[in-house]
Write a protein that binds this ligand. Structure first.
Ligand SMILES: NC(=O)C1=CN([C@@H]2O[C@H](COP(=O)(O)OP(=O)(O)OC[C@H]3O[C@@H](n4cnc5c(N)ncnc54)[C@H](O)[C@@H]3O)[C@@H](O)[C@H]2O)[C@@H](O)CC1
Ligand SMILES: Nc1ncnc2c1ncn2[C@@H]1O[C@H](COP(=O)(O)OP(=O)(O)O)[C@@H](O)[C@H]1O
Ligand SMILES: [K+]
Length: 463
């Protein structure tokens, strides 16, 4: 879906060029973008005075289109342009604006500031005088709207290039989402996000935004085995694998087995406990997916359990300690693996698989390619990467997830989705969405046990 694609600057330029090759023009796209954005500004301003801060490039050009649109509707608009327009499209948009343009925004104040200083073309930090002007104007306006991106943000990486820049109430993404709209720290400066369409088509290599999955109830002839049997392998810390099992029981699999040497007196009655030989448990033909890692430990016994899981050639979710113990040569060809590292585990895996990359998305993609595993690089802005280079970005999840045991829940959901028989990448994206939704439904200050219970409600929301 076009609305869920997330583009790099290079992909955005190619998509715009594609539209131009089909008969559009930069001026026409700028008019579409500016008029679409003006609609939002008009509503938010509701007759208050508007200041539009315009830069030298096409982001500034959008600003002149917005300003003229508002002026024609009768709004009181001032353009502040500390730099003259440089691109042909921006110059021509400037020439069509019939209102006042000042180069110094020292006196400008009002209801709404529209930031069109720089957009996706920003390649280096703002000059100090421009950063200062933006900061001062931000203080003198009641509400701030960023066009395409807040100025001072790097589009592909989501980095904030200048300190003390304002936070926005609304950011209007033009044509398509850029990475910065969904990456940290940029995301938290943008306020509400809205997409203004300009006719950008489907881009094959684009990353996608993880949205609500369409899961559906079990088939009319379903039974527990057709829905999928998954096995969770416990280790040293009994609680972690139990948490994973509780989440797995609520995430779609028809049958969840906890293979453990512990007694688990608080386990739900519906959870099947297996205490016998691990290789025998894994050999059962109905076991469709296995989870190993939560609470596993890192001793010889843990190492041997991991070796058994990998030797069984079952589809597997590898989490926590299993990611530290993993030897690249243990991964079997033609087996489906899903790894769920947090940043520390991702670092260790990248060292182990000789992957060099700067950010979480780059590391996840590099690791997926080098290992053949689907990688869920989890954190405040989780990404999912597949070995073929497909990338999916999660929308921000509640920060209450930053509590012990929530990763065990994610791994439990993931193995349950995998046990239903869907491909690992889809299982990973569904798991990330269900995990975030369960956290939303759990409200503030939940503990991992509460989160496991809310997985059923998250499933209900996806039906
Ligand atoms: N290309 C197109 O067809 C369209 C582009 N659109 C707009 O165009 C924007 C991208 O336009 P541009 O590529 O012109 O880039 P910007 O307007 O974001 O930046 C302008 C130019 O300033 C220079 N620059 C970069 N960092 C700077 C700094 N720190 N200080 C001073 N100068 C700096 C660069 O040469 C950059 O190209 C998008 O964000 C969007 O708002 C929209 O109008 C829709 C159509
Ligand atoms: N600040 C945050 N905002 C949103 N989600 C977070 C945040 N911190 C952690 N999470 C999520 O919580 C989970 C934590 O997993 P992990 O670090 O493995 O914890 P544990 O090992 O204690 O289970 C991950 O899914 C991660 O994406
Ligand atoms: K901007």
């Amino acid at each position: 879906m076009v609305e869920s694609q997330v583009l790099t600057v290079a992909q955005m330029r190619a998509a715009e060029q594609d539209l131009i090759d089909r008969g559009s023009s930069v001026d026409r796209l700028m008019k579409l973008a500016g008029d679409g954005a003006a609609e939002w500004v008009w509503r938010l301003a509701s007759r208050r005075r508007v200041t539009v801060l315009c830069g030298p490039g096409n982001n500034g050009g959008d600003g002149y289109v917005i300003a003229e649109n508002l002026r024609r509707r009768g709004a009181e608009v001032t353009v502040v342009a500390p730099m003259a327009p440089k691109t042909d499209a921006a110059k021509s948009a400037r020439s069509r604006f019939g209102g006042p343009v000042v180069s110094d925004g020292g006196k400008a104040k009002g209801g709404v500031l529209v930031d069109c200083l720089f957009g996706s073309g920003l390649t280096r930090p703002l000059e100090p005088e421009h950063a200062l002007a933006l900061r001062d104007l931000g203080k003198r306006h009641e509400q701030l709207i960023a066009i395409d991106l807040p100025s001072g943000i790097e589009s592909d990486g989501g980095k904030i290039l200048n300190e003390n820049l304002p936070a926005y109430d609304l950011t209007l993404a033009l044509g398509a989402w850029k990475y910065a709209h969904w990456r940290l720290p940029a995301r938290f400066r943008m306020g509400e996000l809205r997409l203004v369409p300009i006719g950008i088509g489907h881009c094959e290599s684009a990353a996608r935004l993880i949205g609500k999955p369409n899961i559906g109830p079990p088939a009319s002839d379903a039974h527990k085995y057709t829905r999928g049997l998954c096995a969770v392998i416990a280790g040293k810390m009994a609680g972690a694998a139990l948490l994973s099992s509780k989440a797995a029981m609520r995430a779609g699999a028809g049958y969840v087995k906890l293979v453990s040497d512990h007694s688990h007196p608080s386990a739900p009655a519906g959870l099947v406990l297996e205490t016998g030989d691990l290789d025998e448990a894994l050999a059962h033909r109905r076991v469709r997916a296995v989870l190993i890692g939560p609470g596993l430990g890192r001793d010889d016994e843990a190492r041997s359990k991991l070796a058994s899981v990998l030797a069984s050639k079952k589809s597997a979710v590898l989490d926590a300690d299993a990611l530290h113990l993993l030897d690249p040569s243990q991964l079997q060809r033609d087996c489906s693996y899903l790894a769920t590292p947090h940043d520390g585990e991702l670092e260790a895996l990248c060292r182990n698989f000789a992957v060099l990359a700067a950010d979480r998305a780059g590391k996840a993609l590099g690791l997926a390619k080098a290992s053949g595993m689907v990688v869920v690089a989890k954190g405040p802005d989780t990404v999912v990467a597949a070995p073929d280079g497909t990338l999916a970005l999660a929308k921000p999840a509640p920060t209450w997830l930053s509590t012990a045991g929530t990763g065990d829940i994610l791994a439990g959901i993931a193995v349950s989705r995998m046990a239903t028989g869907i491909p690992a990448f889809e299982a990973a994206c569904e798991a990330v969405w269900l995990h975030g939704e369960a956290a939303r439904l759990a409200g503030p200050a939940f503990i991992a046990d509460d989160l496991a219970h809310k997985v059923a409600d998250a499933m209900a929301a996806a039906l």
